[in-house]
Ligand binder design. Structure first.
Ligand code: PLP
Length: 462
């Protein structure tokens, strides 16, 4: 039995896969709220030309620049590992494989897009980029990528994570980035939030607003996004393309591809190439796509499909997505990277069209699953992919009952070495099994629809 498949440097993919030409329906466009019609709003001020063109590209395969492949080769191709010890412990006939992205220098999948974006900013002469970060994974990935390509990086880090995860902040400093606790007094929006609520724990929506305001108010400064946008998900497909090849070398094909969703980049990066196989008739068998999320931030399982802003200050164009409302402040769960009020428009369209099965779990059951994984496979998983581990354990036990020899592939998109505080709270029985109240979701969406009643009449979501 082969435990692990490692590809050679030369087998690093040369192209990313773009899902846009293969979606079941045209992706509803972003809406500029000032004109109430399709338009990119401020996006051209924030992104490079290359990112904008990838955002709307109808080309199925997009060349990965050599400089980016060279940066990737520091840690890619990443290993595909069979969870042999976990399978044995569960006595399941299922075969479980994980694509391990924790081997990157920042410890997650996030640098797959960070290095590509940093390369494009450097090429277009940008001096500094701003961004937000939840758990600190994305901020540290951009700090690392900025260091590689000589870019200054400013990170607005959600306050609850800034306080819970000081080592991620230090990691960003080690790569030369500056880091603010968000809401901060570095921006007008942050000051407004703090004056009405000095103890505001922050949210990704607030941190995005601060990072965008900082970029818009300075020349030669752009904003970099770590998830949600089409071009970000496109860059992440390097994972799924490698995994498909690695499984092929084992003569395997997945029955299930699973991943966690914050904005949807890691999961999309893994499943898109298998989706391509499915819609182009190349998949040798039926493959199911399962997306996991926290009950504390249940965008896919309980959100509403409508147009909403990507940030709390409502600076971005409105995007078609399952949302909890852009003024949503999630409970301070430890999976900081899954605390976003919406999801990527491509993922939401596929969810709406029935291509994706969503599952929500509370953080207590998630940490129980993470601990079983750590005590069998040895790797300490980050809280975000541990949501998927919970699903995988349930599915493997289901296979044990039914005797099905399913092949399960999931994305272990980060290690948990900077999340040990969360593990400690779990071991001490101090974690809360948060559920976000239905009522709060309705109220937030109603506020949005009262302020923007014309959203209901837009033809694009019908
Ligand atoms: C390890 C890890 N996994 C998953 C996510 C969720 O983001 P996305 O859905 O874009 O992959 C994050 C976000 O920070 C993360 O750090």
């Amino acid at each position: 039995m082969q435990r692990k498949v490692v590809l050679q440097d030369g087998e690093l993919p040369k192209e990313w896969y773009n899902i846009l030409p293969d979606l079941p329906k045209q992706l509803p466009p972003p809406i500029d709220p000032s004109s109430r019609s399709p338009g990119p709003g401020i996006l051209p001020r924030l992104f490079t030309k290359e990112q904008l063109s990838q955002e709307m590209s109808s080309e199925r395969w997009v060349k990965i620049p050599e400089e980016v492949r060279e940066a990737y080769s520091l840690w890619r191709p990443t290993p595909l590992i069979r969870a042999v010890r976990l399978e044995r412990a569960l006595k399941t006939p299922a075969r479980i494989y994980y694509k391990y992205e924790g081997v990157s220098p920042p410890g997650s999948h996030k640098p797959n897009t960070a290095v590509a974006q940093a390369f494009y900013y450097m090429k277009e002469g940008v001096e500094r980029v701003t961004t937000e970060t939840g758990a600190g994974q994305w901020g540290s990935a951009l700090a690392f990528a900025g260091m590689l390509f000589g870019l200054k990086v400013t990170v607005y880090m959600v306050r609850s994570s800034y306080e819970q995860k000081p080592y991620r902040r230090i990691l960003m400093h080690a790569w030369g980035a500056e880091v603010f606790s968000s809401p901060s007094s570095n921006t007008e929006f942050g000051k407004r939030v703090l004056s009405s609520d000095p103890n505001n724990p922050g949210s990704l929506g607030i941190a995005i607003s601060e990072a965008i305001e900082d970029a818009l108010s300075h020349d030669s400064v752009k904003y970099s996004i770590g998830s949600v946008a089409n071009h970000v998900l496109l860059h992440q497909t390097v994972q799924g393309l490698e995994a498909r090849r690695q499984l092929e070398l084992l003569d395997e094909y997945p029955d299930v591809v699973a991943g966690c969703v914050g904005g949807g980049s890691s999961f999309s990066g893994l499943f898109w190439p298998f989706y391509y196989d499915r819609v182009s008739g190349k998949a040798p068998k039926d493959v199911k796509f399962v997306a996991t999320e926290p009950t504390a931030c249940p965008t896919m399982t309980r959100g509403i499909y409508t147009y909403d802003f990507g940030d709390t200050a409502r600076l971005t164009p409105m995007l078609p997505m399952y949302t909890l409302g852009s003024d949503f402040i999630p409970p301070p769960i430890h999976a900081g990277g899954l605390r976003y009020h919406g999801d990527a428009p491509t993922l939401c369209l596929l969810l709406k069209e029935g291509y994706i099965e969503p599952r929500a779990y509370n953080q207590v059951e998630v940490f129980e699953a993470a601990t079983i994984f750590a005590r069998t496979e040895g790797i300490i998983p980050a809280p975000e992919p541990s949501h998927t581990i919970k699903y995988v354990l349930d599915e493997a036990l289901r296979c044990k009952k039914s005797g099905e020899e399913k092949v399960i592939l999931f994305n272990l998109c980060g290690h948990g070495h900077f999340d040990l505080q969360a593990y400690q709270e779990f071991f001490e029985g101090r974690l809360q099994p948060w559920e976000y109240p239905e009522d709060a979701i309705r109220k937030s969406i109603n506020r949005l629809l009262e302020e923007y009643p014309w959203i209901k009449d837009l033809p694009f979501l019908k």
